[in-house]
Design a protein around this ligand. Structure first.
Ligand code: GLU
Length: 287
């Protein structure tokens, strides 16, 4: 199978040095294998995404010397390349998970709801996906063996409830990372039941990213190290949906002077700010 990689910026702010390096790594790994690179606009969250940032990301990526073969600006066989236009695909996946009894509606906190469309980056407001979900709304174990029956298909659509994937407690999820080597995260210990759909009818990051990487036939996912735990969550979704798992390559994070992970609030390290100051692409990329 030929290599297919992707870069997937979220248009919730300007790209910073950390994004630049991760995306450049994705570009280089793809180029070294003569592969096809996809640009996907992860504009899932209508509240936080701005078209201005989508446009800026394309400009900044070009300035860095990154080129792609498929994307919202150039089209391609897997169009559309913006998540806001791919809802039907996520809905079909929700339906399958629901019919299989692998997800359940949850009426807990609003805080989780607000986070779920965003990739859960370590070190941002409490770290990862927030506190581990204690399982308050989990259905009794017996329900899982009678998929769909228990509620007589009460839900025809996900709207109106938060939906969580029930993780297999105690099960280790092993995978090999192309940079960090063997990983082993334990469901129910390293992460809990995670959101796949938000009450305000927005698909959650975990579900959307898995559906897209599968539909776009991505063979290797290159992303920041702060998404390692999410990779384990996503492996559970790959299994649940019967998708073959891609390879994984997590990039070390760029830290600021205080040793914190860069976030979009670090304007000083935004690619465009540096560019305006006369910094070169090679300097941004640390080469
Ligand atoms: N769109 C996500 C972000 O900007 C990255 C998604 C991923 O690599 O899975 O954080």
């Amino acid at each position: 199978m030929s290599y297919r990689g992707r870069i997937a910026p979220s248009p919730t702010g300007y790209l910073h040095v950390g994004h630049a390096r991760t995306f450049y790594t994705a570009f280089e790994r793809c180029r070294a294998r003569g592969g096809t690179l996809v640009l996907r606009d992860e504009d899932l969250d209508p509240e936080r995404s701005r078209e201005e940032y989508s446009r800026a990301a394309i400009q900044d990526l070009h300035w860095l010397g990154i080129r792609w073969d498929e994307g919202p600006d150039v089209g391609g066989p897997h169009a559309p390349y913006a998540q806001s236009e791919r809802r039907e695909l996520y809905l079909a996946a929700w339906e399958r998970l629901y019919a299989a009894g692998l997800i359940y509606p949850c009426t807990c906190s609003r805080r989780d709801l607000l986070r779920a469309a965003q990739a859960p980056h370590e070190g941002e407001g409490g770290g990862d996906e927030g506190p581990m979900y204690p399982g308050t709304c989990r259905p009794p174990r017996t329900l899982r063996s009678r998929p769909g029956m228990e509620e007589e298909r009460r839900y025809r659509s996900p709207a109106g409830a938060n939906w969580r994937f029930q993780v297999p407690d105690g099960e280790a999820i092993p995978f090999t990372d192309g940079y960090f080597g063997p990983q082993r995260l334990v469901a129910g210990q390293d992460f809990g039941d995670f959101l796949v759909w938000r009450r305000d009818d927005v698909p959650a990051y975990q579900l959307a990213v898995v559906v897209d990487d599968h539909e776009m036939e991505i063979t290797e996912v290159v992303r920041g190290r702060d998404l390692l735990v999410s990779t384990a969550r996503q492996i559970l979704l790959y299994r649940a949906l019967g998708y073959p798992e891609p390879e994984w390559y997590h990039c070390p994070l760029v830290l600021d002077r205080e040793g914190r992970r860069l976030a979009k609030r670090h304007d000083a390290l935004a690619v465009r700010t540096l560019r305006q100051q006369g910094v070169t692409p090679a300097e941004v990329l640390g080469r």
